[in-house]
Design a protein around this ligand. Structure first.
Ligand code: AMO
Length: 428
C-alpha cells in the first residue's frame, strides 16, 4: 500500500511513490528528491548497499519511482529534518532526458506543457486556480445558486461583439458558444432564480495578446429579482472577496514565495467611476486622451492607466466602470430613461475581467433594442424567452484565465490556462 509523504511516521516501514525531481551523487550517498501530491522528501541511499546504489544511479529526473523503507528524523536534512532510508526501490517509469530547459522559448514550453508544469513555480498555477473555483462555487451554493450546463454547440451566435467559430454539423452549420449568455437568461425564464455556470467559451479572435485565448473558461452568473445593476456589482464584489480570502488563507505565503506577488484581499467596497469621468481623470493626471475609435469603451492602455488611477485615488486594485455608450454594449443590456445601458465592466490590476449588466426583461423593449442593432430573426429564439413571464434579472461573466493571470502576476494568459488555445495553438 502507498503512503503519502506527508503521512509518513518516524521509523515505520512504508512504501512511497512519486516523481523524482533531483538526483545527487556524492562520495558516500546518492540523494534522490521525491515528490508526491502531498509533499516531498529526500531519499538517502547509502553506497554501502551496492545493489541499491546501482538502481538509484539509474534513476533520472522525472522518473516515477517507488521506495520501500523508513522515514527518520535527521538534523542534517533541510526541509523539516525528514529523510527516507530505503531498503528497496522500483522504477515504475524511467524518464528520458528533458527536451527543454529553463532557457526554452514559450512555444517549446507549450509543446511540452506537461513538462513545463513540473517547474516549481508553474506547478502551482493550476492547483491555485482550482482552489479559486472551489471557493467561488462554495460562495454560490451558500447563496442559493444552482449550477447549470448549457450547450456549447449552438445554432446562432451568442455574443454579437466577437467572432464566432463555425463548425460543420452533419449537413448544416453550428457555432461554438461564445458565452452562455442566452441560456443563462433562459434559465431565469424557466423559473430558476439563481444560476451559474463555469464552462468553456470560444472566441474566434485572431489576436495574439497576453489576455486573449480562443477558448477560455467563463464564470457566468445570472440572478433574478434585482432592483438595479448595482445589485449585480455587489454580488460580484462579495463573491470575489470571499474566494480571494480563502485562496489567500490557503496559498497566500506560497504565492508570495513562488510568484513574488502579494494576493491582496480587498477590504473596502470597490470604487465605481463613470467612463466619461475616467477619461477626464486620465487626461488631467496623465495627459492621456482616448483615441477616437475607442471612445465609449476602454482599450488596453486606458485599462493600465485606470489601474494607476485606482491605486492613487482609492488604493484599490479593482475598479468598476459604468456609464458605457449603448453603441458599444450588447442589445440585451437594460437601458435607463436616457437610453444609456445599465451595465458595467470590472477592472482588476489594469485588465478587464468582467462585463455585467441588468438585462432587458421586457419583451417589447428588448425587441426594440435588438432591432436598433440590426438583429431580428437571428435572436428571435432568445427574445421568445421573455414573452411568457420573466423576472427582472442581471448577471455577469468573469474570465477565469484572466483572473488567474492577475492574481498570480503571470506575464501571459497562456500560462493561466492548463492547455492554452490561441490563434496559433491547437496542440497539444
Ligand atoms: P464579455 O465578452 O465581456 O462578456 O466576456 C466576459 C469576460 O470573459 C473574459 N474573456 C476572455 N478571456 C480570455 N480570452 C478571451 N478571448 C476572452 N473574451 C472574454 C474576460 C471578459 O471580461 N455575456 C457577457 C457577460 C455578461 O454580461 O454576463 C460576456 O460574455 O474576462
Amino acid at each position: 500500500m502507498r503512503t503519502l509523504i506527508k503521512d509518513l511516521k518516524e521509523n515505520e516501514l512504508a512504501n512511497i511513490s512519486g516523481m523524482v525531481y533531483k538526483v545527487r551523487d556524492t562520495k558516500y550517498m546518492v540523494f534522490i528528491m521525491l515528490k508526491d501530491r502531498s509533499s516531498f522528501i529526500q531519499v538517502s541511499v547509502d553506497k554501502q548497499n551496492e545493489e541499491l546504489t546501482k538502481k538509484a544511479l539509474g534513476v533520472t529526473n522525472g522518473s516515477i519511482v517507488s521506495f520501500k523503507g523508513k522515514m527518520v528524523l535527521s538534523e542534517y536534512v533541510k526541509n523539516g529534518g525528514k529523510e527516507f532510508l530505503p531498503e528497496d526501490l522500483e522504477i515504475l517509469s524511467l524518464a528520458d532526458a528533458y527536451p527543454l530547459d529553463e532557457n526554452a522559448l514559450p512555444d517549446t514550453r507549450l509543446d511540452y506543457r506537461w513538462l513545463d508544469l513540473r517547474n516549481e513555480k508553474k506547478e502551482w498555477i493550476i492547483p491555485i486556480q482550482s482552489a479559486f473555483v472551489q471557493y467561488l462555487r462554495e460562495y454560490l451554493y451558500k447563496n442559493d445558486f444552482i449550477e447549470i450546463h448549457t450547450p456549447k454547440l449552438i445554432g446562432t451566435a451568442s455574443e454579437s461583439g466577437s467572432s464566432v467559430f463555425e463548425v460543420k454539423y452533419f449537413d448544416t452549420k453550428a457555432y461554438l458558444a461564445q458565452s452562455p449568455q442566452f441560456y443563462k437568461q433562459m434559465a431565469i425564464a424557466s423559473g430558476y432564480e439563481r444560476v451559474f455556470e463555469i464552462a468553456p467559451a470560444f472566441r474566434a479572435e485572431n489576436s495574439n495578446t497576453n489576455r486573449h485565448c480562443t477558448e477560455f473558461t467563463s464564470i457566468d452568473l445570472e440572478f433574478a429579482y434585482i432592483d438595479s445593476y448595482e445589485d449585480v456589482m455587489h454580488m460580484e464584489e462579495e463573491m470575489l472577496k470571499y474566494a480571494m480570502k480563502k485562496v489567500k488563507d490557503e496559498y497566500g505565503d506560497l504565492i508570495k514565495e513562488r510568484f513574488g506577488i502579494e494576493l491582496v484581499v480587498p477590504k473596502k467596497a470597490f470604487p465605481v467611476i463613470k467612463l466619461q469621468d475616467l477619461y477626464q481623470e486620465l487626461k488631467k493626471r496623465y495627459n492621456y486622451e482616448i483615441p477616437e475609435r475607442d471612445i465609449g469603451d476602454l482599450n488596453a492602455e486606458t485599462e493600465k492607466l485606470a489601474y494607476q488611477f485606482a491605486m492613487e485615488e482609492y488604493n484599490s486594485e479593482f475598479l468598476f466602470i459604468v456609464g458605457y455608450n449603448k453603441a458599444k454594449r450588447p442589445f440585451y443590456h437594460m437601458r435607463d430613461e436616457n437610453d444609456n445601458p445599465l451595465g458595467y465592466d470590472l477592472l482588476y490590476r489594469g485588465m478587464e475581467i468582467t462585463s455585467g449588466a441588468q438585462r432587458e426583461h421586457r419583451y417589447e423593449k428588448l425587441l426594440h433594442n435588438a432591432k436598433e442593432k440590426g438583429l431580428g430573426e437571428d435572436v428571435k429564439f432568445y427574445t421568445e424567452f421573455f414573452k411568457y413571464g420573466c423576472p427582472p434579472h442581471g448577471g455577469f461573466a468573469i474570465g477565469l484565465e484572466r483572473m488567474t493571470l492577475l492574481m498570480l502576476g503571470l506575464d501571459h494568459i497562456r500560462e493561466a490556462e492548463f492547455i492554452f488555445r490561441g490563434p496559433n495553438r491547437l496542440h497539444p
